[in-house]
Write a protein that binds this ligand. Structure first.
Ligand code: SF4
Ligand code: SF4
Length: 412
């Protein structure tokens, strides 16, 4: 924990009302200011207690406090450093340790996730039926069962998707771990949209997880290893820009130079990371948009809005589709509770935030929810499902654009 970053906090409290855990529980130590105070105590020599670790674990890492802070406190760096300290110094209960081991030996590895596809496809209904029973045994297992999406057929993407018409750019594309295995249709739509907008899209098969899940949980070693592998994969592919369609992955890749240091920081700086909406907005449209008669509620993923400052670009891209209207979700800046692996590791708080978000999404009366992060999509879908009633479809910005560019009658 960097004492200089801690000292930047002037304890003004402007961040408090934006912090989801402070809003839920009203506890100072579950606010950004309180957590920074605890970091200062630890740096000053106070040993890390289980209570302190609990307050750090309860932080979603949503970065709403970074947006709200008038003093520019780098809470993002602070909480990442703190989580790494917690992982090194805090002895977790055996059940918590085992759960974390399962999560981090599974999720960052696409091949291992792939092995889950068959059981998930066979038992979508059964999973949801057993979730309430699992709740009594272990809330995290129940959360896993409730969150798992209905997995579509695998989509094999080629190494290169050629630009349609005149080539305007060549970009790499991150396929990701959870996005690639559970939402392959989003990656396929992303590649098509980029190609229709005049990009050659290079998709190196040797890429894997970018390290975001590990970084956000303090597993530094694993995060560094995965980050280096991702950089090397795109270097070999010969691209200097990588387009990313998952908010958490994009924000992590933009931090690579800061996380890695030394030679790897230089190599990271040579490759620019751009979120899909950010990239398309800067590139400008050339492909004709066909009408889509629907209203969409746009969900701000925290790692897009707070961590990358990308709010207007996806809204502008969506609103430019003839016939489509964008509706705002109340409390848009408040996290849905997904937050990487938070909804598995802190299921009760995540559920509360998910239910709150679902209520506000439904209040928009929109036909479709648009979310640019696979974790948010799973979290809000599960919360909407818990309410019963007709399901509200959820799609990625790329899928809505793809449907419009291809002249489809609706978003598949
Ligand atoms: S990252 Fe989010 S949950 Fe954590 S302290 Fe900041 S606002 Fe609160
Ligand atoms: S983090 Fe920023 S907004 Fe929050 S108390 Fe410190 S200085 Fe104020």
């Amino acid at each position: 924990m960097d004492p200089e970053l801690i000292a930047d906090c002037v304890h003004c409290g402007f961040c408090l009302p934006t912090c989801p855990t402070y809003v839920l529980w009203g506890e100072e130590m579950d606010s950004p200011r309180g957590r920074i105070h605890l970091m200062g105590q630890h740096v000053g020599g106070t040993p890390l207690t289980p209570e302190m670790a609990g307050h750090f674990d309860a932080c979603l890492g949503c970065m709403a406090c970074v947006t709200a802070c008038p003093s520019g406190v780098r809470y993002d760096r602070l909480i990442e450093q703190t989580r790494a300290v917690v992982e090194r110094e805090h002895v977790r209960e055996p059940a918590d340790r085992a759960l974390r081991e399962i999560v981090f030996q599974l999720f960052p590895y696409p091949r291992r996730l792939r092995a889950l596809r068959l059981p998930l496809r066979l038992s979508a209904g059964a999973r949801r039926r057993i979730a309430p029973r699992l709740e009594r045994i272990n809330p995290s297992l129940a959360a896993m069962a409730g969150l798992a999406p209905d997995v579509p057929d695998r989509v094999r993407l080629p190494r290169r998707v050629r630009a349609v018409g005149r080539r305007r750019a060549t970009v790499g594309m991150l396929t990701g771990c959870v996005q690639g295995e559970f939402f392959p249709q989003v990656n396929a739509a992303t590649a098509r949209v980029l190609a229709m907008e005049g990009c050659d899209v290079v998709i190196p098969p040797s890429q894997g997880c970018c390290g975001a899940l590990s970084l956000h949980a303090g597993r530094e070693e694993q995060a560094v290893r995965l980050a280096r592998r991702t950089i090397a994969a795109f270097e070999r592919a010969g691209v200097d820009t990588v387009v990313v369609n998952a908010a958490g992955c994009g924000s992590t890749m933009k931090q690579y130079a800061e996380i890695l240091g030394g030679e790897w920081a230089e190599r990271a700086r040579a490759i620019r990371t751009a979120d899909l909406a950010e990239y398309l907005a800067a590139l400008g449209p050339v492909a004709p948009r066909h009408p889509l008669r629907l209203s969409v509620a746009y969900h701000d993923a925290c790692h897009l809005a707070h961590a990358q400052g990308i709010r207007s670009e996806p809204r502008t891209l969506l609103a430019a589709i003839p016939g489509l209207t964008v509706r705002e979700v109340a409390e848009a800046a408040v996290c849905c509770g997904s937050a990487g692996t938070y909804n598995l590791l802190q299921p009760e708080a995540a559920r509360e935030l998910g239910d709150r978000k679902a209520e506000r999404v439904l209040a928009t009366g929109a036909d479709l929810l648009v979310s640019a992060n696979p974790g948010c999509t799973m979290q809000i879908t599960a919360a909407l499902r818990r309410r019963g009633g007709p399901e509200l479809p959820v799609a990625h910005t790329a899928q809505v654009l793809d449907a419009s560019l291809r002249g489809l009658a609706k978003v598949p």
